[in-house]
Design a protein around this ligand. Structure first.
Ligand code: ADP
Ligand code: ASP
Ligand code: MG
Length: 411
């Protein structure tokens, strides 16, 4: 069976009009003699009544495990609605289609409600449905525990559902359909001159995605990479080829991937910087600070440790709680809220001198203050005030001439 997995995001399935474009994409795949596993997100974005953010706000923020379990029940409804509505519209077009929840489709997860991890996919039911259907529409972002409790797998998780089904069913491709023409050198909502990228490695896009380029979920990229299923990111509304995510092996698809110094600029906002003063000769501080955060299930990022100070970032919503826990242990703590992490990502920067200097100069030239910085061989991160994020992203995009590079190659 030649199988294609097509995932359609919230904006693509939002209205009857947008779903006409979705149906056209499905028809094109059927014309190419594929069976199609369609994975859908919930309808639209807030204030759409069935969008995930709208559903989440109908109940209090969950505190207990049971409240998280119930929130998963509530959130799962969004994707169930979109899958049944789309399957119905496909049948109206004489296409043999059926809708399944994530649980019915065999997506088995842990019981970490709201952030469940995929344990396995049991593809039997899907395979059975393909005997009498050409399209199986599955509700993304959700699964079930071994015991049958409904779970969700973390925000933006429909991409990950699509990758898990594609890996398990050995699909030819995963097509992620969204509202942009593929992966671009920066978020086009922030950078008007952002350019589309035609081919990118799993590793590069994984780095970009982990740093906030939400065009695809990083877990989806990891799963596809392990299973060696290529991903294409494309627009629901155009015929553009979009972005192909694959390995760097030139023989695989006859495409070589150039080593770019910087592939793209990603950003992540609404984070807070927490600074903890270290007392002199207090060698156990560091371990104690991080152990306290871990015990409270707070995941910290952007860690810098010096003899006098421990600095890290957390999401805005939990910054006060994190500071309170540390003050209870008699630490002197300061919190800078509303910061943003801006990252320059590129496999080609390995061993190339002067990249950090270029970043610092570009930001200083436009008057952006760097609150913290760090680097690895593929990424350089800077922390700035959120109010300066837009300026910073645009300055770095320009400094690396990403607006001038023609990333489009004929394939
Ligand atoms: P969907 O609902 O289809 O899953 P998302 O909102 O999750 O869509 O992701 C698509 C959005 O990702 C785009 O509208 C774009 O604003 C944003 N985005 C962020 N970084 C990038 C990037 N580097 N390239 C393309 N889009 C990006
Ligand atoms: N609807 C879910 C969310 O908004 C999952 C997704 O869209 O991927 O996070
Ligand atoms: Mg998404």
């Amino acid at each position: 069976m030649r199988l294609l997995v097509q995932k359609f995001g919230g904006t693509s399935v939002e209205s009857k009009e947008s779903r006409r474009h979705v149906i056209r994409k499905i028809k094109e795949a059927l014309e190419q003699r594929y069976k199609v596993l369609v994975v859908v997100s919930a309808l639209g974005r807030k204030p759409n009544p069935y969008a995930t953010d709208t559903l989440v706000e109908m109940v209090d923020p969950p505190k207990t495990k049971n409240e998280k379990r119930e929130l998963d029940l509530l959130m799962s409804v969004g994707e169930i609605i979109s899958s049944t509505v789309l399957a119905n519209e496909l049948r109206r077009e004489q296409i043999k289609a059926v809708a399944l929840t994530g649980a019915q489709a065999g997506l088995i997860t842990t019981d970490d409600y709201t952030e469940a991890k995929i344990k396995q996919v049991k593809p039997k039911r899907i395979q059975q449905e393909f005997k009498s259907n050409d399209v199986v529409v599955v509700a993304g972002f959700q699964g079930r525990t071994e015991k049958g409790e409904i779970t969700t797998i973390g925000r933006g998780g429909s991409d990950t559902s699509a990758a898990a089904f594609a890996a398990s069913l050995k699909a030819s491709y995963i097509d992620i359909f969204t509202d942009v023409n593929g992966i671009m050198t920066a978020d086009p909502r922030l950078v008007k001159s952002a350019q589309p990228i035609d081919v990118v490695t799993y590793t590069e896009i994984c780095n970009l995605a982990y740093q906030g380029a939400k065009v695809i979920h990083p877990r989806a990229v990891e799963i596809a990479m392990q299973a060696e299923v290529p991903i294409r990111i494309r627009s629901t509304y155009s015929k553009d080829f979009g972005t192909l995510i694959t390995t760097s092996r030139p023989s695989t698809f006859g495409v070589d991937i150039p080593d770019r110094l910087v592939t793209g600029i990603a950003h992540m906002d609404r984070i807070s910087q927490v600074k903890v003063l270290q007392k002199e000769d207090d060698v156990i501080s560091q371990a104690k600070v991080f152990a306290t955060m871990a015990e409270a299930n707070i995941s910290v990022d952007f860690i810098n440790v010096s003899p006098t100070e421990i600095t890290f970032t957390v999401p805005n919503e939990i910054a006060d709680y994190a500071a309170e826990l540390l003050r209870d242990l008699n630490y002197t703590v300061s919190v800078t809220k509303d910061c943003a992490k801006v990252s320059a990502v590129g496999a080609g920067m390995t061993g190339i001198p002067g990249v950090a200097a270029k970043i610092t100069k570009a930001l200083t030239d436009v008057g952006v203050k760097v609150l913290q910085s760090a680097d690895s061989h593929t990424t350089i991160w800077v922390l700035v005030k959120q109010s300066e994020m837009n300026k910073a992203v645009n300055a770095l995009h320009e400094a690396f001439e990403l607006n001038k590079v023609n990333h489009k190659k004929q394939v």
